[in-house]
Design a protein around this ligand. Structure first.
Ligand SMILES: Cc1cc2nc3c(=O)[nH]c(=O)nc-3n(C[C@H](O)[C@H](O)[C@H](O)COP(=O)(O)OP(=O)(O)OC[C@H]3O[C@@H](n4cnc5c(N)ncnc54)[C@H](O)[C@@H]3O)c2cc1C
Length: 417
């Protein structure tokens, strides 16, 4: 259904991070929505990564995300910087990575070429910014300050005083979403009491295209393979330990990381700065309100232990665009609550499942009692021997489990997607 011309835009997307930019590209690409006038609002200026730098923030991207980013015409620019991983090894600190109770997954047991990719966030962000689908999108360099939505339209006021009217506002403005707060949408959850330390390391032994994860009682430590042979460290631990890891000498840091990773790749040497990110589990109680929808971290934040955060955000984008396009092609009012609720029912229930699974894993592995540790290891050895369970877990890791939006399931020819 064509939007009325009384508003400045059909859709105003608040937040041009990875999720907001992907959403703008997917809307512009969708034939039934391609007449929509899109504004992408964000005060941050996109930055072209230079070849000698490595972003400390990386994401493990699933197969579904690869397909969605291909549809968004960003994958071609991401691929040369993407480090595919073939294997995943997960073990309990009370055991070792060589024991039979360590979980091992391999692309060889699937019909897939790999289990996913590790990519720097800056590369993903820039590739999306450069997508040809964004050529017709209006970039607005300011922040959302006020929001007013009613049954007929929405109006946003920006920090620089500009006002924009539109048919639909989409909040893609991250974990501290101003759009969500201004819409009065509450959220469930809270801080984990953990901080993730990230850094890049050179290890004595090669990473062998494997994502390694050791669960310590204070939180999981992951070594993720990078394209240049180094590994990206994501070590979730108590805020006190995180502070001391950020402040200690490099030599002490190297020693502590090597020990905490059980020397799985030999001695580790810091090759970058270090940064810490406080972790929290939040889930918006609603994803939609009249003339408003939330996507990505604005709707949910998750523990990084399974590398799912932005992957869920990309699935939100694909799901929302699918719902809007199907409604438009049936002649329904795409901005109406009936249609928006379809998106909410679909994506909120899918996300709730993954959020709960990651939260349970984090709690289970944090349990120090000897009895729980024994049950945990028994559970892991059962998983290693159950083909059905293994397949389900691998499908989830690939982003292909559950009710996946069509864009995540389909392969798209490059350039023409
Ligand atoms: C340590 C760590 C490791 C992680 N590893 C992974 C992983 O391996 N795989 C994975 O899938 N996910 C991972 N994640 C999660 C992932 O980083 C997030 O899910 C993702 O960054 C969310 O993207 P987003 O675009 O929704 O939000 P953000 O990246 O937060 O972007 C929000 C955007 O909104 C803008 N904005 C904010 N306020 C306003 C406003 N008022 N007006 C306008 N614009 C505004 C900001 O400038 C920003 O550009 C990890 C997270 C952490 C902390």
């Amino acid at each position: 259904m064509a939007a009325s011309r009384r508003t400045d835009f059909d859709v105003v997307i608040v937040g041009a991070g990875m999720v907001g930019s992907c959403l703008a590209a997917l809307i512009a690409r969708e034939e039934t929505l391609s007449h929509w006038r899109i504004a992408l609002v964000d005060p941050a200026v996109p930055r072209r990564p230079n070849d000698s730098e490595t972003d400390l923030r990386v994401s493990a991207l699933s197969r579904a995300s690869e397909r969605i980013l291909t549809a968004a015409r960003a994958w071609e620019a991401i691929e040369p910087h993407a480090s595919p991983y073939q294997r995943m090894v997960v073990w309990d600190a009370a055991s070792t990575h060589e024991r039979p109770d360590a979980l091992r997954f391999s692309a060889a047991e699937t019909a897939e070429p790999n289990l996913g990719y590790i990519v720097e966030n800056l590369r993903i962000q820039w590739a999306l910014h450069e997508s040809p689908w964004l050529a017709g999108v209006t970039a607005v360099r300011s922040g959302l300050a006020e929001l007013e939505c009613d049954e007929d339209s929405a109006r946003v006021e920006l920090e620089d005083g500009r006002r924009l009217s539109c048919q639909l506002v989409i909040g893609a403005d991250g974990g501290q979403s101003v759009a969500r707060r201004l819409a009065g949408i509450g959220r469930a959850g809270g801080p984990y009491g953990q901080t993730a330390i990230v850094a890049h390391l050179q290890t004595a032994q090669p990473h062998r295209e494997t994502a390694w994860q050791r669960f310590l009682p204070s939180g999981p430590l992951a070594l993720l393979p990078l394209e240049d042979g180094r590994v990206s460290l994501v070590w979730s631990t108590s805020p006190e330990q995180a502070d001391s890891l950020l402040q200690c000498s490099e030599a002490e840091f190297n020693e502590r990381v090597s020990e905490a990773s059980d020397h799985v790749l030999g001695d580790a040497t810091l090759t970058s700065a270090r940064a810490g990110f406080p972790l929290a589990l939040w889930h918006a109680r609603e994803y939609v309100r009249p003339r408003l929808a939330l996507v990505g971290d604005a709707a949910h934040t998750i523990h990084p232990l399974a590398g799912q955060g932005v992957n869920l955000g990309f699935l939100d984008c694909a799901g929302l665009v699918q719902v809007l396009a199907e409604a438009t092609s049936k002649g329904e009012e795409a901005y109406g609550m009936r249609v928006l609720r379809r998106y909410e029912r679909w994506r909120r229930s899918e996300n709730a499942l993954v959020l709960a699974l990651c939260d349970t894993l984090n709690r289970l592995f944090a349990e120090r009692s000897v009895a729980v540790a024994a049950v945990r290891r028994l559970g892991m050895s059962i998983v290693t021997q159950q083909p059905m369970l293994r397949r389900t877990l691998i499908e989830r890791a690939l982003g292909l489990g559950g009710d996946v939006p069509a864009l995540g399931l389909r392969t798209h020819p490059r350039g023409s997607s």
